[in-house]
Design a protein around this ligand. Structure first.
Ligand code: NAG
Ligand code: NAG
Ligand code: NAG
Ligand code: NAG
Ligand code: NAG
Ligand code: NAG
Ligand code: NAG
Length: 841
């Protein structure tokens, strides 16, 4: 265990494949092999084409037009000579970095996409010069990292955008500035120029171009918000986001009008100083979520901040008008119909959003919360569509910590409908005549050590006299009391296993050298997969896991050794990491990689990169999320992957979380809808399942291993657990991954309250619970490392990635009776059953 330090930790988290390797191609063929397919040769396979076609048909729905003046899309008369500026024109970003990256066959950048589409790009010299600036800055950055106590400690570190002074053309017909920001696993973003803020260079250039060019668009190729203050001269702003394989083509299509933006923000974009600072973020020790339930728009709308671009906001090329057609209450289900009309001159799609303002009779409540939405079909000018949106009131009950009950408090519930959180009309009032206890539970999550923030509200009296009022019949609400007794039927085949076999099964498949297990070298079947379960010397089929969520992250190229074991040709480490590795580590990694001989066939696994989670949520189109799941599921089947380590549905608590791009939104409802849809898409495929992650309160990258997220029971239940609950109830995900962080001083993986009581009993989850890739940290810390036996005791099932020490820990705990055989057998049964299920083709 001599590698148990930050080096190995970082490697574990970031085992992306190298992007640069190319290999000698052999003849093309496609070989079916025990249910999955091996591809070799140069040919682009039909599945790739089909998947790209599906993605391309939706991807512009993820783009959000923040500002427009009618100059776009281009008309036929407009010039096709374009000045392309900005750091992401050539270095276009398809997604973020870390385990969320995906290995593509090829990726076309924005410069090439414009050229391919017949544009003349007039800024090649500028981009060449920028490349030099970038390379120089990047070299200095890496040297600095290496000098500061070994670059490796800064794994996941990202260079902020450099300042430079290069000549550029200030006047002309058409200019587009594409601004990119990389972020990724391991490091949070920073409120500095070149990251959250524009650099001085960017600001000056953008303002000059906006003033001097007849048509100018600012395009944001970022995974999350940028502070866009003081850009008043810029009249056209598009969030392109990071859309996977078709990022660049989508931009060309949106600029030319072949496609149109129809996305809406799923996280508020405003000036940095507008975001709340009540709670801590990225502390060096524990992080206190003191803002409680006031996350994102729940905060802004309650304290009435004049945000720049509110939650749910997004323009189209065309304009829409909407009117409320009808509303009614049926039992406890509220239904509103709105007529949406395209009143502009382009085609488009509009989203209608339904919000609920709850009475603050005994609990303080945010001004409103999202409870439903729907998107129109494509509407031509003058066309209308009626959208129907329904929600069940008790699904949005508040959590009363004092009585440990989800309640519908006495009072008036105002339902609002509109096309952004700041542009709604009341469409109904539901009267609840006396408090309804919807679900009686127990407080389970411990004491955060503080009271949640409660905003001081200046109540604005609202005239609701013209709004239809409905009285809820309390009898129509189903009431429930949760029972926490746990037992899981143990399979008799499991009873027959030896203790050693049982202990092996609850630990991920590992090889002797821990570092090799970490980088996926224990995987024998699917090259570049993250891990697989133990097979008990071939008695069981391994359950094979691969990273996500922007697609299936596996090796692009591999070969088979004489034992039939697949080897990743590129190695399992990302290029960005390799450049930071000290030479001795590089050698180690290289030595651990077998090399093909001249006669070995090189096989390929080209996965499709789907839009990042944030972009997917911006589409407000669950059909698209399901289509993405379908793409992922079909590729899993093809390549023999069983568990996709995705979707990731943590809440955008702070815009600075480095991994937000993987996550959906600041709002749990839309997160839950998206996670459910993608889960349904994946799990339609036989033996392909999702792993929802990271459960729970994993909302920052800083010190995520051994620090505690301190959160109130109410905020956990209403904000941080809600999307998981929705996905479990609506889509039956097969697996869940716990988080690295602790919650109120307890490792989430070791919390029986979280895993057994809440997940399994309250939410009804009956699948597999695995840990994130735990690595024991050396040294003395306030909170000890999680242990495999504690995880099993908490009704977790699988300790990942696993090591000999973890295996021995389970044996020891059985021997000294801190873990019972029944507890172990329950976990083993779940793994055993899944393995048997997978075996049946
Ligand atoms: C999508 O991207 C692929 C790969 O870059 C490209 O070949 C294809 O033409 C694109 N399709 C569309 C419709 O943008
Ligand atoms: C938080 O994590 C850091 C880095 O691992 C560690 O140094 C610190 O002791 C931790 N804080 C607590 C309260 O455990
Ligand atoms: C929303 O609807 C209003 C009025 O119906 C309209 O003025 C506005 O442009 C629409 N779009 C947005 C993003 O607010
Ligand atoms: C409810 O809101 C009013 C102001 O609108 C405030 O005075 C009161 O304290 C709030 N009550 C609770 C329980 O938060
Ligand atoms: C590769 O195949 C050729 C032709 O079958 C054979 O002559 C040669 O010995 C093989 N080389 C190796 C290294 O196996
Ligand atoms: C977080 O909660 C734990 C458990 O209650 C407590 O020990 C710790 O001191 C808290 N951290 C902070 C910064 O308050
Ligand atoms: C039993 O074994 C486990 C695993 O090694 C260890 O963590 C625990 O402290 C031991 N308990 C006792 C009472 O010896």
């Amino acid at each position: 265990m001599k590698f148990l330090n930050l080096i190995t930790i970082s490697i574990a988290i970031l085992f992306i494949n190298l992007a640069f390797a190319s290999s000698v191609e052999k003849r093309c063929f496609k070989k079916k092999n025990k249910g999955f397919t091996r591809f070799s040769g140069d040919e682009v396979y039909s599945y790739e084409k089909e998947h790209i076609k599906t993605l391309a048909s939706y991807s512009s729905e993820c783009t959000v037009l923040l500002k427009k003046n009618g100059d776009f899309p281009l008309t036929k008369e407009d010039t096709r000579k374009v000045y392309l500026y900005g750091n992401a024109v050539r270095k276009t970003l398809k997604g973020g970095t870390g385990s969320g990256d995906v290995n593509l066959r090829e990726f076309v950048n924005i410069e090439t996409a414009f050229t391919n589409a017949g544009f003349e790009v007039l800024t090649k010299d500028f981009i060449d010069a920028y490349d030099e600036v970038y390379e120089k800055a990047n070299k200095e950055f890496q040297e600095e990292l290496n000098n500061n106590g070994g670059g490796i400690l800064n794994m996941g570190a990202i260079m902020s955008e450099p300042e430079y002074d290069l000549p550029y053309v200030k006047e002309g017909d058409l200019a587009i500035y594409v601004l990119g920001r990389v972020s990724g696993e391991g490091t949070d973003r920073k409120p500095i120029k070149g990251d959250l803020f524009l650099t001085d260079t960017e600001r000056k250039m953008i303002n000059d171009l906006a003033k001097g060019f007849k048509k100018f668009m600012l395009v944001l190729n970022t995974g999350g918000p940028i502070d866009l203050s003081d850009l008043d001269d810029v009249k056209n702003i598009l969030i392109l986001s990071q859309l996977g394989v078709n990022t660049s083509n989508t931009l060309v299509d949106v600029i030319t009008g072949a496609k149109y933006p129809s996305g809406k923000l799923a996280t508020t974009w405003t000036k940095y100083e507008d975001y709340q600072t009540i709670g801590d973020f990225a502390e060096k020790d524990d992080t206190n979520y003191k803002e409680g339930i006031y996350v994102g728009y729940r905060y802004f709308d309650t304290v009435n901040t004049d945000v720049m671009y509110p939650f749910g906001f997004g323009l189209g090329y065309t304009d829409f008008e909407y009117e409320i057609k009808s509303s009614k209450l049926n039992g406890e289900t509220f239904e509103v119909k709105t007529n949406v009309k395209n009143v502009g001159k382009y085609k488009g799609k509009e989203v209608m959003e339904v919000y609920l303002s709850k009475p603050n009779t005994t609990l303080d409540e945010p001004y409103q919360i999202l409870v439903g939405f729907a998107k129109t079909d494509e509407l031509k000018p003058n066309k209308k569509q009626t959208l129907t949106i329904k929600f069940k009131l008790s699904d949005f009950a508040s959590y009363d910590t004092k009585t440990a009950t989800y309640i519908l408090d006495k009072g008036d519930y105002v339902v609002r409908v509109g096309n952004s959180s700041r542009n709604t009309k009341p469409c109904g009032v539901i009267k609840v005549e006396s408090r309804i206890d919807v679900r009686k539970v127990e407080n389970k999550l411990g004491d955060p050590g503080f009271e949640d923030y409660v905003p001081k509200i200046n109540s604005k009296k609202e005239d609701l006299s013209n709004v239809k009022t409905f009285t809820l019949n309390a009898k129509k609400v189903k009431k429930e009391t949760v029972d926490y007794d746990y037992s899981y039927p143990i399979a008799k085949e499991v009873k027959a296993l030896t203790l050693e076999e049982k202990a092996k099964l609850v630990i991920g498949g590992y090889v002797e050298d821990f570092i090799e297990s970490l980088i996926g070298a224990a995987v024998t079947t699917v090259a570049g997969a993250a891990a697989e379960t133990n097979t008990l010397d071939g008695k069981l089929k391994p359950i094979i896991m691969a990273d996500g969520p922007a697609g299936v992250r596996i090796a692009k190229s591999y070969f088979l050794d004489s034992d039939g074991k697949a080897h990743n040709l590129e190695g399992n480490l990302p290029e960005s990491m390799m450049s930071l590795l000290p030479p001795e580590m590089l050698q180690l990694v290289d030595a651990s990689m077998p090399k093909p001989s001249v006669n070995d066939t090189i096989y390929h696994q080209y996965a499709s990169a789907i839009p990042i989670g944030t972009a997917l949520a911006q589409s407000w189109n669950k059909e698209f999320a399901e289509a993405c799941g379908d793409i992922v599921g079909s590729e899993m089947v093809m390549f023999g992957v069983n568990l996709w380590l995705a979707p990731a549905l943590n809440i955008h608590r702070s815009i600075l979380c480095g991994r937000n791009f993987e996550y959906y939104s600041e709002d749990p409802f839309i997160s839950g809808i998206m996670a459910s849809a993608i889960t349904n898409g994946v799990q339609e495929h036989k033996n392909a399942f999702v792993t929802l992650k990271h459960f729970a309160a994993n909302n920052q990258e800083t010190n995520r291993y051994l620090n505690s997220s301190n959160v109130s029971e109410r905020a956990m239940r209403e904000i941080y657990l809600k999307a998981f609950e929705m996905a479990i109830k609506e889509a039956d995900p097969k697996a869940i991954m716990t988080s690295f962080n602790l919650l109120n001083g307890v490792h989430t993986s070791e919390s029986k309250e979280l895993t057994n009581d809440i997940l399994r009993h309250e939410f009804g989850f009956d699948g597999l619970v695995m840990t994130d890739w735990v690595i024991a940290m050396e040294g003395e810390y306030k909170y000890p490392n999680p242990s495999a036996s504690n995880v099993i005791k908490a009704t977790g099932d699988l300790f990942m990635p696993g090591s000999q020490a973890d295996y021995e820990n389970v044996l020891e705990a059985i021997k000294n009776k801190t873990l019972t055989m029944e507890e172990l057998e329950m976990a083993v049964t779940k793994i055993y059953k899944l393995s048997k299920q997978i075996e049946k083709k």
